[in-house]
Design a protein. Structure first.
Length: 152
């Protein structure tokens, strides 16, 4: 289980690093990391004695210290602006913007956008937001954003 999950996480991670995220790749990467962790915990439990011996060595302690330091450092942006930092605020702005603004962003005629939504049984007008439509029609915000931004 650990080896299979490792290869899956490694492969999807490398592809995501190069921004080749297709289909459910990100979701698979995120959720199967839990499978990898479960396998790692099982591996550690089965090998506690060798692990303790390894951690008594200089290199064992040093490797744990280095990766722990990297983990702690990863919680800070150090002044850099990264793509993942931008995703949530941009998505929130899009979800709260009026549909007329989204039509402008997508270079779509507002009436054409309303017709596209109507094809999914969602009656809307330019002053409404994705958030409003989601609450009214019980359709997920991501699904509505997909209707607005992705080609049919």
């Amino acid at each position: 289980m650990t080896i299979g999950a490792f290869f899956l996480i490694a492969a999807t991670g490398v592809l995501m690093f190069f921004e080749w995220e297709r289909g459910l790749m990100t979701v698979v990467h995120q959720w199967f990391s839990w499978v990898f962790l479960a396998g790692a915990v099982g591996h550690i439990a089965a090998n506690v004695r060798p692990l303790k011996a390894h951690l008594r060595s200089y290199w064992g302690r040093a490797s744990v210290a280095v990766f722990l330091a990297v983990l702690v450092a990863s919680f800070f942006s150090w002044g850099l602006i990264t793509g993942p930092q931008l995703v949530r605020p941009i998505e929130q702005a899009l979800v709260e913007a009026p549909l007329s603004a989204l039509a402008s962003v997508t270079r779509t005629d507002p009436e054409a956008l309303m017709q596209r939504l109507k094809a999914y049984h969602i009656k809307a007008h330019g002053g409404q937001s994705i958030r409003e439509l989601s609450g009214t029609y019980g359709v997920g915000e991501d699904r509505l954003l997909a209707i607005v931004f992705l080609p049919d």
